[in-house]
Design a protein around this ligand. Structure first.
Ligand SMILES: [Zn+2]
Length: 316
């Protein structure tokens, strides 16, 4: 196999183990751009530690932390939580979307953004030793805004310079299609692009609806192009629809392009004690039984939780 970058440093992919691909220790959707002076690292540690210890008890080995820069990404917080729990935590470089972008990003060229992100990959984030293990970006729904086009292209350039996989907050077909066109034009393979929140695509269409087969077509269109689909909304809401989606895509032969996670956690900066934290235990406690009911076997579950995260995060 290969190697990936966790907050504690480079890690052989075979040590990744059972992995939650999309969670959030902390998010700051404040009125101003997130900055470490806006939170108390000790308090966040105290609040989030028991939640992380809980998933370690369940058998989780690794957690991909998807909070982007300027939205509460804190490499030192993640490094400390990794040390205290033994979890491999993977953080990111990249940028989110309006209105959570620093002003300097708006007129920037893809090359300028990529230079910053590649520098973080080599030198660490914000003066720390912590290096990013993936590129996290976001797409606006519908046709991409100019700045989001720049960010997508910058992500492709960063991938080409570093081998980091790109994860896009997406969940909508039109923007995702356009992003795949853009990265291909930059010479990047869709096989290194993760469509996060893919379960949000045609979210209003369930397995009982007459339009279900069209919804499945939308999902398959992206898989056919080679992208990873991440069904990551498992921390809340209905579990049967995502279980059916997964079963259907696996049935069509895409087992090695699918990822699952919960989008849970969320210490909210600015709320007393971080507000309501969503437990990160639902995937193993409740979703795996739903998958078994949908007829998926142990090999498939191993692919979804262990092998696929390792392939997706491997540098290259
Ligand atoms: Zn998320």
């Amino acid at each position: 196999m290969g190697e990936l970058i966790a907050v504690e440093g480079p890690l052989p992919t075979e040590r990744l183990g059972t992995t939650l691909m999309h969670e959030h220790v902390m998010v700051d959707f404040g009125a101003e751009l997130a900055h470490p002076q806006r939170w108390d690292r000790d308090e966040v540690t105290q609040v989030m530690l028991p939640h992380l210890q809980e998933i370690v008890r369940q058998g989780v080995n690794s957690l991909v932390e998807c909070t982007p820069a300027f939205l509460g990404r804190d490499p030192l917080l993640l490094e400390e939580l990794s040390r205290l729990t033994g979890l491999h935590i993977i953080t990111n470089t990249g940028l989110y979307k309006e209105p959570y972008l620093p002003r300097w990003a708006i007129p920037a060229e893809p090359k300028q953004l990529a230079e910053r992100w590649v520098r973080e990959f080599h030198e660490g984030i914000d003066g720390s030793q912590v290096r990013p293990g993936f590129v996290k970006i976001a797409l606006n729904p519908g046709g991409l805004l100019p700045v989001q086009r720049t960010i997508v292209r910058a992500a492709a350039l960063t991938h080409r310079a570093t081998g980091l996989v790109v994860m896009a907050h997406a969940g909508e077909l039109e923007a995702t299609r356009e992003s795949l066109d853009l990265i291909e034009a930059e010479g990047m393979s869709p096989g290194r692009f993760i469509v996060a929140h893919a379960d949000q695509m045609a979210a209003d269409i369930g397995p009982q609806d007459p339009a279900w087969s069209q919804a499945l077509e939308m999902h398959e269109e992206l898989l056919k192009r080679g992208a990873w689909l991440e069904y990551d909304g498992l921390g809340y809401g209905d579990l049967e629809r995502p279980a059916q989606l997964l079963a259907e895509m696996i049935d069509r032969g895409y087992e090695r392009q699918l990822l699952i996670s919960q989008d849970a956690g969320w210490y909210h900066v600015g709320e007393p004690s971080g507000g309501t934290i969503t437990p990160m235990t639902r995937l193993l406690d409740d979703f795996l039984p739903a998958l078994r009911r949908a007829g998926l076997g142990a090999d498939t579950l191993g692919a979804l939780l262990i092998d696929n995260p390792a392939s997706a995060l491997a540098i290259g």
